[in-house]
Design a protein around this ligand. Structure first.
Ligand code: ZN
Length: 110
């Protein structure tokens, strides 16, 4: 299994157990795509919540909806601004963390 380091809130919700198919998928990614995937799964990424925790931005809110902090979980599961894209890719307007655990990440590419 790919080692993502210490578990964050996102990784605790999204990565519950070893998944051979997901591991093969992650290992097969190029460096850039793997970096994006790890950022989405761990929450250690360029989004406002993490950047504000790091002291690099003042506002942790999602700039698309301004309703919640901008995290990967927010964008993937319930941001109203990404709802149509989420429905096109994952056939659901909103997803719970439990729903996200069941998707294959290869399905997130256009
Ligand atoms: Zn949003």
């Amino acid at each position: 299994m790919v080692n993502f380091g210490p578990l964050t809130a996102e990784s605790k919700l999204l990565l519950q157990r070893f998944n051979r198919s997901f591991t093969r998928y992650a290992i097969g990614l190029g460096k850039q795509d793997l970096r994006i995937l790890v950022g989405l799964l761990t929450g250690h990424n360029w989004l406002n919540r993490h950047m504000s925790v790091m002291g690099l931005r003042e506002n942790p809110k999602c700039p698309l909806c301004d309703e919640e902090d901008e995290t990967s979980l927010h964008l993937l599961s319930k941001c109203p601004a990404t709802m149509l894209c989420r429905n096109a890719l994952l056939a659901a307007y909103q997803l719970s963390p439990l729903d996200l655990r069941g998707i294959h990440w290869a399905g997130l590419t256009y």
